[in-house]
Design a protein around this ligand. Structure first.
Ligand code: MTE
Length: 326
């Protein structure tokens, strides 16, 4: 995701990306005459890197899946945004082993009847996994089609008995400044936080994902637990969740804190609301046909309202001005 630095927070990508890789990228880009922004798509080395990922158990098929061509595993797991592991698209796979996911627990707090610390096993045990093939559209104007495995977030949240003051839910990613290389730099305020209105969180499309492509999530994709909110820009799909808070007031979210003019709380995919620095009307699908240089010149497709999930979710926003509440 392109970042707007606040004064005093400036950091060169040479400090985040290993120097050799950074220099190679820079040489390649200047030889090809590209700007960093235009080259954000398709230049990561799409080799299979990162930690080995075990198989996931039985998964049932979900009937609402898209039948569009899927993004290959290698592309989906080596072209990532996970700033805790670095800001280059290849960094999360390269640094995947910096994230320790065992043991893992999730803190449940706020307006609910059953707050407490739950082990990963407590969290996962009662839920059967479904495979749901969802589109995920990044605010950077590329999209992927991924077979996620997981269960409706609402089924998990209901177990903690949210009360009538629980109007929103906030999620928080692990903080580990010793091990996670990105957290040594103030590119965002750490920990990464995201939020949903309670009805968005309870919507049956909102997935608590534990796997993809029939395997457990690899670390770079947000192991062991991440959200997938398919009608919102990808940054709402927070990774490696360690805290869930039921709250009365609209909670802070990392990108909104970082650049409020550019990233709103709702962040619904909307071709009619441009990002202040680029249009959101079109997108490039990363589907394996469009890797490397070809991705830069591949044909763009029209972005759909709510990323194509309008029939299911438009009702959540009846009466709201989606330009103001972007
Ligand atoms: N979650 C955390 N904790 N840190 C991040 O940097 N990046 C977000 C989101 N979740 C991010 C995160 C952004 S900008 C996007 S587009 C998606 O993850 C990307 O998910 P993917 O890399 O698995 O495709």
């Amino acid at each position: 995701m392109p970042i707007t630095f606040k004064a005093g927070n400036k950091i060169n990508s040479s400090e985040i990306t290993p120097e050799e890789v950074f220099n190679r990228r820079r040489e390649f880009l200047s030889a090809a005459g590209f700007t960093m922004g235009a080259a954000a798509i398709g230049i990561s080395p799409w080799s299979d890197v990162g930690a080995a990922v075990p198989e996931l158990g039985a998964i049932s098929q979900w009937s609402g899946s898209t039948t569009e061509k899927q993004t290959p595993w290698t592309q989906a797991t080596t072209y990532n945004n996970f700033y805790e592991l670095g800001t280059d698209k290849g960094d999360p796979a390269r640094n995947a082993d910096r994230l320790v996911t065992d043991p893992w627990s999730v803190e449940i707090e706020g307006e609910c009847g059953k707050p407490g610390t739950y082990t990963l096993e407590d969290i996962l045990k009662p839920h059967a996994n479904e495979e749901r093939i969802y589109r995920l559209r990044c605010v950077e104007a590329w999209s992927m089609v991924i077979p996620w495995a997981g269960f409706p977030l609402g089924d998990l949240l209901k177990r903690f008995e949210p009360n009538s003051k629980a109007k929103y839910v906030q999620f928080q990613t692990i903080i580990d400044k010793e091990r996670l290389p990105g957290q040594r730099y103030p590119v965002l305020q750490w920990p990464y936080v995201e939020g949903l209105r309670i009805d968005e969180a309870m919507h049956p499309l909102t997935l608590m994902a534990v796997g993809m492509y029939g395997k457990n999530l690899p670390n770079q994709s947000g192991a062991p637990l991440r959200l997938v909110v398919p009608w919102k820009y990808g940054f709402k799909s927070i990774k490696s969740i360690v805290r869930i808070s039921f709250v009365e007031k609209q909670p802070d979210t990392s990108w909104n804190l970082s650049a409020p003019r550019e990233y709103g709380f709702y962040s619904n995919v909307n071709p009619d609301v441009s990002h202040p620095r680029w249009s959101q009307a079109k997108e490039r699908r990363l589907d394996g046909d469009t890797k490397g240089l070809a991705a830069l010149f591949s044909k763009k497709r029209d972005t759909e309202m709510f990323n194509g999930y309008a029939e299911e979710v438009a009702g959540l926003y009846t009466g709201m001005d989606l330009k103001t509440n972007f």
